[in-house]
Ligand binder design. Structure first.
Ligand code: HMG
Ligand code: MG
Length: 287
């Protein structure tokens, strides 16, 4: 019996706001997270504890975490590239953290300044510290279809990194089509390979919508048993180290499509709309 519940992992405050050119005041980020909490998400990726030299947009991560109103039933997750990031996240009271690796060497170098193998080694002390603190760790694999630097990425490379992250203790692996190059066919081919090592219950789809294929990619993934998808309110997003990465899949579009397909998400659409209205005002700088 496959579940008809789909968990939406809302990444807008992190994957969206990391990419805004202007500095957005922490108060606006806090209000956004609060409105998303009202919509009933089980998971909200609120910010990231990366180097402020690399992503100045999220240098206020601690202020954001300190300012939000936490809703019972929502886990507030953050990105952590290294032990230093994890320590900052722990201090800020993150419920969950995420490490992020790449299936392609070019993106690994540009995004986190090390090779894939070095990144996995770097995550080890973080995984140990998280296990001690009983903080669940999610793992991302970027460039699961194509890389902005290296071109096409082989499904086997995705499987190798995904299974390494799983073996290391990540409870879930989110597969990132970072530049939205995937189609239902290439996503399915990639997933079939990953599924030889990691079960569908431990996988999530993170599909950027550059090529307007993200909803189709979600459907292809549902057919293969995935029940967790990442999306961003208002279709915010991209990655500063992935030229051409447009927005993430819009959460509203995802909720509507899942609803049409008969899946349950538990998201309050009226509350989500209020978060989306705020995103539009933040993006247009009219607040
Ligand atoms: P580095 O320069 O090689 O690292 O960066 P370093 O250890 O030499 O540190 C450089 C400086 O940063 C030092 O400061 C550190 O203390 C500081 P200095 O001594 O020069 O004053 N530093 C930190 N400060 C605060 N918090 C930290 C931290 N770490 C170091 N955690 C590093 C390596 C990994 C840190 C850097 O490359 C980095 O932060 N990269 C993050 C880039 C990023 O956030 N990209 C976007 C997220 S990934 C994404 O969007 C894809 C995803 O959505 C999935 C998909 O779509 O595919 C997840
Ligand atoms: Mg992303």
């Amino acid at each position: 019996q496959v579940s008809d519940h789909v968990r939406i992992y809302e990444v807008g405050p992190r994957d969206g706001l990391q990419n805004e050119k202007r500095v957005i005041p922490a108060a606006q980020k806090i209000e956004l997270v609060n409105r998303l909490s009202d919509a009933g998400f089980e998971k909200i990726e609120a910010t990231s504890f990366v180097s402020p030299k690399w992503v100045p947009q999220l240098a206020d991560a601690s202020d954001v975490m300190a300012g939000i109103t936490r809703r019972e039933g929502t886990d507030y997750a953050v990105l952590t590239p290294n032990l230093k990031g994890f320590e900052r996240a722990l201090e800020a009271g993150a419920d969950e953290v995420a490490v992020f690796a790449s299936a392609s060497e070019g993106f690994s170098q540009k995004n986190i300044n090390c090779s894939i193998a070095e990144s996995l080694t770097r995550f080890e002390p973080l995984m140990e510290a998280a296990a001690r603190a009983r903080i669940p760790v999610r793992g991302y694999v970027s460039c699961v279809v194509a890389c902005p630097y290296d071109g096409e990425v082989a499904p086997g490379a995705v499987r190798d990194v995904a299974s390494a992250l799983k073996d290391m203790g990540c409870y879930e692996i989110s597969l990132g089509d970072t530049i939205g190059a995937g189609t239902p066919e290439t996503i399915a081919r990639m997933l079939e390979r990953v599924l030889t090592s990691v079960p569908a219950q431990a996988l999530a789809g993170h599909y950027h919508d550059t090529g307007d294929k993200a909803l189709g990619n979600v459907e292809a993934s549902l057919d293969l048993g995935l029940r967790v998808f990442d999306s961003a309110v208002g279709g915010l997003g991209g990655c500063p180290y992935a030229p051409g990465a447009k927005g993430n899949l819009s959460t509203t579009a995802l909720v509507e499509r899942l609803d049409q397909l008969g899946y349950h998400t538990g998201i309050d659409r009226a509350a989500l709309l209020k978060a989306e209205t705020l995103v539009a005002a933040i993006a247009a700088d009219t607040l």
